[in-house]
Design a protein around this ligand. Structure first.
Ligand SMILES: [Fe+2]
Ligand SMILES: [Fe+2]
Length: 348
């Protein structure tokens, strides 16, 4: 029979790396096999378990929670064409800032390794000990957090450090002053109960997992765009080899993120097939709770939030462009390249 229950040690089981993942004396997570292929950190045991749980979920008639290209829409500021224009005019600070901010936001993901999550078994009727959900507190969430924020006490960088290394490869060290991420934009529904059937800590946990899936899934567009910019032979002309290497590091981050997206889709796919105990002594299908919450969240994360973020971002970028000698002319071209606000209206 396929193994569905794993110890923490089994989940952490990892490959023997033929070479460590290092650059300029900075150790980063993961490593390489003897053929030079990148191996994401802590991926052997995790991968084996995810495959087994996914097969079991499908055998019960379930499926990974759906996440497709429809979640990737929304305005981007700056888009690839705009960022390329700026870099081609020697305006590097916006791209440098975006790499720095992405790294810092990734680093915040370390909170997953430090947070205490409630035991879902207490509100789920079915036995979850042979499911991914039964292993969230057995290492899955801690590993996810360490992937993002690394193990500073062991001198091993996670995604945060990987972004900083990629940035410094492309630009050279200390190219611009440090910058912090903008304040996050709160959803108007924040604080409102959307699953009143459950105790707040369980609603918070399900909400957290759904928000995280959307953030991780959508981050992929930004990561792919960054790689495209780094690989443009017309940009970073004095540092082509370094920029290519930076693009490779971003590619490794993208590989690591696949495990996160797949895990989250698995957790939510499992919950949808299960029965939860309600506060009033009844029960509710997981799919009822998840689908109700998800629909509103998607509207916010793919339409409303990107529009606000793009407008804020434009206000931050504008002075950075105008401070350049040819700023006004570049800004006019930059504006012409913006994502159209209402594609449906524009084409009609
Ligand atoms: Fe990450
Ligand atoms: Fe992630």
């Amino acid at each position: 029979m396929t193994q569905l229950k794993f110890t923490t040690e089994e989940l952490y089981d990892d490959y023997e790396y033929a070479a460590l993942h290092e650059r300029a004396g900075v150790r980063m997570h993961g490593g390489f096999d003897s053929s030079g292929r990148y191996l994401p950190p802590r991926s052997r045991g995790r991968r084996k378990a995810i495959v087994a749980w996914t097969e079991a979920l499908r055998a019960r008639g379930g499926e990974l929670f759906a996440a497709d290209a429809s979640l990737l829409t929304g305005a981007r500021m700056p888009n690839v064409a705009q960022q390329t224009l700026l870099l081609a005019h020697g305006i590097g600070r916006p791209f440098w800032n975006s790499l720095t901010i992405t790294g810092k936001i990734e680093g915040r993901g370390r909170i997953l390794a430090e947070m205490a999550f409630p035991d879902l078994q207490k509100v789920i009727v079915e036995d979850i000990s042979g499911m991914a959900l039964g292993h969230l507190n057995k290492g899955l969430l801690v590993m996810h957090g360490i992937d993002e924020g690394g193990e500073p006490d062991r001198g091993i960088g996670g995604h945060d450090v990987m972004w900083f290394v990629a940035r410094d490869l492309a630009f050279g060290p200390d190219a611009f002053p440090d910058v912090d991420p903008p304040e996050s934009i709160a959803r108007p529904e924040a604080g409102q109960r959307l699953m009143p059937e459950l105790a707040p800590e369980y609603e918070a946990m399900l909400s957290f997992l759904m928000n995280l899936l959307l953030i991780e899934f959508r981050a992929e567009i930004g990561f792919a765009s960054t790689q495209e910019i780094l690989r443009n032979p017309e940009l970073f002309k004095d540092r082509r080899a370094e920029a290519e290497e930076a693009a490779e590091i971003v590619g490794r981050i993208r590989e690591d993120e696949l495990i996160h997206v797949e895990s989250l889709r698995l957790y939510l796919g499992e919950i949808r097939e299960l029965t939860l105990r309600t506060l009033d002594g009844g029960t509710v299908r997981g799919s009822t709770l998840i689908d109700r919450f998800w629909d509103g969240l998607v509207r916010w994360a793919t339409v409303d939030q990107p529009a606000i973020a793009a407008a804020n971002q434009y206000e931050t970028l504008k002075p950075m462009i105008l401070e350049e000698p040819e700023g006004a002319r570049v800004l006019a071209q930059f504006d012409a390249l913006a994502d159209r606000k209402a594609p449906a209206a524009a084409s009609g």
